[in-house]
Write a protein that binds this ligand. Structure first.
Ligand SMILES: [Zn+2]
Length: 310
């Protein structure tokens, strides 16, 4: 994957090899009372909240996270038959070589994300952010549009890998990014191919593609994401250094570490405390009162909510 946008606080992830994983990290399970209390206290006392989410966030809504080839193939048996791993299916190459296959995959996901309701953890996060004097912001690698669906202000969301709720023309420079709200993709499930008509550009007639950063993707239009990142930079710029910024990160693993590494970089260069909720990889950088909770997103958010009210 490559990215063509960069910003001050979010540039570290390409150097993600330097990951800190150590046995002395303050990592706790939900049975670790001290870790849970420390995290709840930090969130309650924060005056600015940055909410960061990776693929694991959607799992509690019932969405597949494509973790590992086996997991991906369970979600997409038709792609398993083609022998394509996620990284081989999620590339812009298919929109040129075989757009009916490409739109079977992305059209299915578009409808799946539309038809799936964001889980209760989104509301918990929204209620926390609403009480913060300096407000909140969302940074997500998920392309499902679920933070906006859950009522977050679209002006306070960064979708660092783009959004499946938006499309762009395959012809470079043809036009801008459009909402996918009018797009319906019918799919022949037996052969896993989209039926005609495919989504096409109103200007030039070329096939449209999702405005999602794919693997090996040199054609992704980063404009929308760059504007979102600029708004987040501006928000961070309004926070004084004395602000108590807390980052609550959920379901952001190491396989595609954009969110994880960006948040580690941010708390390193900006400051703030990191609360990491992750069932398999909860380790956090040393020092500064960062806390890792080894559980799923919804379970962790509910436990924190309960502890904050206690
Ligand atoms: Zn076009």
């Amino acid at each position: 994957m490559s990215r063509s946008t960069r910003s001050n606080y979010l540039r570290a992830w390409e150097g993600a090899a330097g990951y800190h994983v150590g046995v002395n990290d303050p990592v706790g399970s939900l049975r670790d009372d001290a870790a849970l209390s420390a995290a709840a206290h930090a969130i309650r006392e924060a005056d600015a909240l940055l909410i960061a989410a990776g693929a694991g966030m959607g799992v509690d809504s019932g969405l597949p996270d494509f973790r590992g080839t086996e997991g991906f193939w369970r979600a997409y048996p038709a792609v398993a038959k083609l022998g394509l791993r996620f990284e081989e299916m999620a590339t812009p190459v298919w929109f040129k070589k075989d757009p009916h296959l490409a739109w079977a995959f992305y059209g299915h996901r578009l409808h799946l994300y539309r038809d799936t309701a964001p889980h209760a953890g989104f509301s918990i996060l929204r209620s926390w952010a609403a009480t913060k004097q300096r407000g909140g912001f969302v940074f997500t690698s998920n392309v499902d549009g679920h933070f906006q669906r859950a009522g977050f202000d679209p002006g306070s969301v960064v979708e660092c890998h783009g959004s499946l709720m938006h499309v762009q023309c395959m012809r470079r420079g043809c036009g801008g990014i459009e909402e996918a709200s009018g797009i319906e993709v019918r799919i022949d499930a037996a052969v896993f191919r989209a039926l005609d008509p495919l989504p096409r550009c109103a200007r030039c007639g070329e096939v449209m593609r999702p405005n999602v950063l794919m693997f090996g993707d040199g054609g992704w239009d980063p404009d929308r994401t760059a504007r979102q990142e600029a708004r987040m930079e501006a928000w961070l710029g309004t926070l004084g250094r004395e602000s108590r910024l807390v980052v609550v990160e959920m379901g952001a693993g190491m396989a595609v570490p954009t969110v994880r590494a960006s948040m580690e970089h941010l708390v390193q260069v900006w400051g703030g405390r990191l609360i990491r909720i992750n069932p398999r990889e909860p380790s956090v950088p040393p020092g500064r009162g960062h806390v890792g909770l080894g559980c799923g997103a919804l379970e962790g958010l509910r436990a924190l909510e309960a502890r904050m009210g206690a």
